[in-house]
Design a binder for this molecule. Structure first.
Ligand SMILES: Cc1ncc(COP(=O)(O)O)c(C=O)c1O
Length: 414
């Protein structure tokens, strides 16, 4: 290893940003062995507890026997199999979309779609707290990127005006992955109509979690006909691995011909596809799983509030405990882990500097008593910062400092 890399690692350590891989034994249940120690898992995106459901496991095993373990090639070569088509049809029906296109992962879907829909000379409008894969899609597109302040439609509109007709795409997470809040989609869609831009929504944390029967935020707001592209993942509430894009037929054809991450990457493996199909069937048959997830979110929030921790009222399974500096978040996470609660510190560049946090994620499979136990431990281990109401964001799109950031390249908002 070169000295340079040693230095970079040391610097990360000094700043509290060093990461290491930990190992979970067994499936993503509420209680797992973490590096050999029993802990309560409070950070998995297996929201509906489907990743280890017997029907989902069986479907994956059967698909491996019937179709093999791998798809062997990209979708445009020989990797597109009947089982891919079946899942695409089922997802399109579930979400009421004309077409559906599977991708290898949510990361690949976002990078592929954003870079297909925006090109050199265009402007992409991206929320400041969008997922890293959207940020990277903006980079690959070579379009100019306008990063509007988080959920600030005033700032977005100001940017659209500056773009003078070059605005090609507005892209946003539906449910924000690290904050659990929802994008103001109605207002965004209205602006998109007015300024003639497309809208793309990432429902990675919406599908299975919010909306009627877990159909996501776009369905909750009845905006299916107003959003051009919805991205969803199979690796979170749907308990498998992979991703999908919902859109019109013409758009799907365009993506097949332009999305580099679909064209140049091996198709999803049959067991992953079959597992997602089985999970989707379970979600449709048992919508109460979504209700249980939402109830569990309320249980955790109430228990934390009663214990003196400030949490926002929300109906998503993501509960951020923002503590500030990276080192403080790491120390809080270590203390919680010593007492059996696994909620790792989330630090820059995943979240902006000064907002490091424990990002709690509830699952439908948690019991009430597990969530209350976790709240009691966290109330005793997170620092006082998480017990104060957050400062309101600075707003006002006439602020020159904010103007200066416009079109000056891409901030690391991941
Ligand atoms: C909002 C959001 N989009 C996309 C992704 C990427 O999805 P995947 O893990 O399937 O690559 C994630 C997952 O981490 C996410 O949180």
């Amino acid at each position: 290893m070169s000295g340079d890399i040693h230095e970079r690692l040391e610097e990360l350590r000094d700043r509290g940003l060093f990461r290491r891989l930990r190992c979970v034994s067994g499936p993503q249940g509420p209680r797992v062995l973490l590096d050999g120690r029993p802990v309560l898992l409070l950070c998995s995106n297996n929201y509906l507890g489907l990743a280890d459901h017997p029907r989902v496991r069986e479907a994956a095993a059967e698909a491996a026997m019937r179709y093999g373990a791998g798809s062997g090639a990209s979708r445009l070569i020989s990797g597109n199999m009947t089982i891919h088509r079946r899942l695409e049809e089922a997802l399109a029906e579930f979400k009421g979309s004309e077409a559906c296109l599977l991708f290898g992962s949510g990361y690949l879907a976002n990078v592929g779609v954003v870079s297909s829909l925006a090109q050199e000379g265009d402007v992409v409008f991206s929320d400041a707290l969008n997922h890293a894969s959207i940020v990277d899609g903006c980079r690959l597109s070579r379009a100019e990127t306008f990063i509007y302040d988080h959920c600030d439609v005033g700032h977005l509109e100001w940017g659209l005006q500056q773009a003078e007709g070059r605005g090609a795409l507005i892209v946003t997470d539906g449910v924000f992955s690290m904050d659990g809040d929802k994008a103001p989609l109605r207002e965004i869609v209205e602006l998109a109509h007015r300024y003639d831009a497309r809208v793309m929504v990432d429902e990675a944390h919406g599908t299975g979690c919010v909306g009627p029967g877990g159909r996501g935020l776009v369905a909750e707001l009845e905006l299916e006909d107003d959003v051009d592209v919805v991205v969803g993942t199979l690796g979170k509430a749907l308990g498998s691995y992979g991703a999908y894009v919902l859109c019109g037929e013409t758009m799907a054809n365009y993506l097949v011909n332009s999305a580099r991450t679909l064209i140049f990457s091996t198709a999803l493996s049959p067991p992953s596809v079959a597992a997602a199909l089985a999970a989707l069937e379970l979600l449709c048959e048992q919508p109460r799983r979504v209700e249980k997830l939402q109830r569990n979110g309320r249980v955790l929030r109430e228990a934390l509030s009663e214990a003196g921790v400030v949490v926002e009222e929300r109906d998503t399974p993501i509960v951020p405990l923002i503590v500030g500096e990276a080192q403080t978040a790491v120390a809080a996470s270590d203390r919680a882990l010593e007492r059996g609660i696994f909620a790792p510190a989330i630090r820059p560049p995943t979240v902006p500097p000064g907002t490091s946090r424990l990002r709690l994620a509830v699952m439908a499979s948690h019991t009430k008593s597990e969530l209350r136990e976790a709240a009691a431990v966290l109330a005793a281990t997170v620092p006082a910062a998480a017990r104060r109401a957050p400062e309101p964001p600075v707003s006002g799109s006439d602020d020159p400092a904010r103007r200066a950031r416009v079109f000056d390249g891409l901030a690391d908002a991941a």
